[in-house]
Design a protein around this ligand. Structure first.
Ligand SMILES: [Cu+2]
Length: 133
């Protein structure tokens, strides 16, 4: 009765498989991708052991919902870049193998909006964020 993981991230263009490993049928739909409501979609409802897939071609936060169980919620973050990472439980993150250069790096937390920041990367560099709702 939960999306696992609760938050996942994939680069744009990825095809994501949604497996129902629960004992009951579930639905998955999303009301928008980012702020774009025209990208809402309903994958339908499917039973135990089956999966459905979807190719995400637009970057943005995708709030995953189940119309059978209103308490279910998860998030898929479709990134515009292959350089992304989930933080650890303390909020620490590290993006490895990033070429030196000027970047816009954005942090996102459930319930908030992506917070972009300009960062110049030269070797080991650091960008801290304070996230609020
Ligand atoms: Cu459900």
């Amino acid at each position: 009765m939960t999306f696992q993981p609760h938050v996942a991230a994939v680069p744009v263009g990825s095809t994501v498989e949604f497996l129902n490993s629960d004992k009951v049928a579930h639905n998955i739909f999303w009301p928008a991708v980012g702020a774009n409501k025209s990208l809402k979609h309903n994958l339908g409802t499917w039973p135990t052991g089956q999966k459905r897939e979807f190719k995400f071609t637009t970057p943005g936060v995708v709030p995953l919902l189940c119309n059978v169980h209103s308490e279910m919620s998860g998030y898929l973050v479709v990134t515009p870049t292959p350089y992304f990472v989930l933080t650890d439980a303390d909020g620490n993150y590290k993006i490895a193998n990033l070429p030196d250069g000027q970047y816009s790096v954005a942090a996102w937390h459930e319930g908030g909006k992506p917070q972009p920041k300009q960062v110049k990367v030269a070797g080991d560099s650091k960008a801290d964020f304070t996230l609020s709702r």
